[in-house]
Write a protein that binds this ligand. Structure first.
Ligand code: G3I
Length: 371
């Protein structure tokens, strides 16, 4: 009788656990990794310190991804901390590890306005247009030159446009201070055509590198999309070297299929390479909610979103234009959403112990080639 009792308890417990949607990797370790299932590169934005310090983090990247993007170490604040000093050590660790492990490296990013990503000396730099041009040109030549032959592609310029498609320029905050400058130090000091020149300098520094314009909000801001399309056409006409567009795709559960389709399609129509460059899918929908629970229903909606993105990318983007899908960090606990945005959320494919989540399998299903 006692054995029967325990048997029933065990079966019920196992059933409840499985129904909870929590799948431990040993239950369903897939035969193929994400990058092996997909017909295009599957990348991850990652932190070299975590790569070095955390075996679980490293193992997931080694197994599941075939492309890496440095999350912050190639930004000015990390790589160019003083006017005449570059600091390549951290980014080199990631790039060299990636090359040694047969991973593609996508460089990120040569020019971004975000104050957090800029060193103090630059935010306080005083100079005329020629002086600023020299600062920008020298940085791009030095960094791209340093990684020539190792970094396959670059986000040359990131987030240069406002929601309404105008060029990010002035600081629109009520109390403008450089620390919350949502304008662009680059546009203000280099003029509106700095983007084209940045691409030219990057191309001159490594003619083989593929050059991308990276942006967010393509699914919600049609005016920004129109401005990107216009810029690409202008660059093509002027023979400014540009190879691809990055759609960051920091999405939430409210991102409709129609908006996702429209965003991917707008990039495909330019004829350039299309890189979904920083994918995560928030279940908090950007709302601070300390009581939020990662319920089976939220997991189901999130999994459907990941699956749709994987399938729609294949349906809309011809193979020759597929630069791939890159996820923005590995486990939920490493995400900028939980750390930088301080939201209670579970936006990624792996949990904070680097175990595959239920949404991993939904996404993987979507990656299976549909054509
Ligand atoms: O490494 C330092 C650490 O030593 C220090 O103690 C700590 C506290 O200040 O800061 C740490 O640096 C932080 C860095 O992330 C590494 O974790 C910076 O403060 C923080 O500003 C930085 O945030 C990054 C942010 O870009 C700004 O560079 C996020 O991790 C990163 O995910 C985020 O990524 C951006 C993309 O580059 C562009 N698209 C949007 C995306 C999300 O904002």
């Amino acid at each position: 009788m006692r054995v029967k009792h325990w048997l029933i308890v065990t079966v019920v417990a196992l059933a409840l656990w499985l129904l909870s949607g929590y799948q431990m990797s040993w239950l369903a370790a897939p035969d193929k990794a994400l990058w092996q299932v997909a017909s295009f590169p599957i990348g991850v934005g990652c932190d070299p310190s975590l790569l070095e310090q955390r075996p679980g983090y490293r193992q997931v990247i080694k197994t599941e991804y075939n492309s890496v993007t440095p999350e912050t170490e190639q930004k000015w604040v990390s790589i160019h901390p003083e006017p005449n000093r570059y600091s390549f050590t951290k980014a080199d660790y990631l790039v060299n590890w990636a090359v040694a492990n047969g991973k593609r490296v996508h460089g990120h990013t040569l020019l971004w306005h975000q104050p957090d990503a800029l060193p103090k000396w630059l935010k306080e730099f005083k100079g005329d247009r020629a002086a600023w041009e020299k600062v920008m040109k020298t940085h791009i030549e030095t960094v791209v030159g340093h990684y020539k032959g190792k970094v396959k592609s670059w986000d040359v310029v990131n987030e240069a446009l406002n929601d309404d498609g105008t060029l990010r320029m002035a600081n629109h905050h009520a109390n403008p201070s450089i620390e919350n400058d949502n304008g662009s130090i680059w546009a203000r000091n280099l003029g509106s055509d700095y983007i084209a020149r940045a691409f030219q300098y990057a191309h001159a520094a490594d003619p083989k590198a593929l050059l991308f314009y990276n942006e967010y909000g393509q699914d919600t801001q049609p005016l920004r999309v129109a401005a990107i399309t216009k810029m690409v056409a202008d660059f093509k006409r002027r023979k400014i070297p540009i190879d691809g567009l990055g759609l960051q795709f920091h999405l939430d559960l409210n991102a409709t299929e129609e908006r996702i389709t429209r965003a991917i399609s707008s990039a495909e129509k330019t004829g350039l390479l299309v890189h979904i460059s920083e994918l995560d899918v928030l279940v908090s929908n950007w709302k601070k909610n300390p009581d939020l629970v990662y319920s089976p229903e939220l997991q189901k909606q999130q999994g459907a979103k990941y699956k749709f993105i994987a399938q729609e990318y294949q349906r809309l983007v011809p193979k020759k234009q597929r630069y791939g899908i890159t996820h923005w960090n590995v486990g939920d606990g490493d995400s900028w959403i939980t750390n930088w945005m301080k939201l209670k959320d579970w936006p990624l494919l792996f949990d904070d112990k680097y175990q595959r989540k239920k949404v991993y399998y939904d996404y993987r299903e979507g990656l299976k080639s549909i054509k």
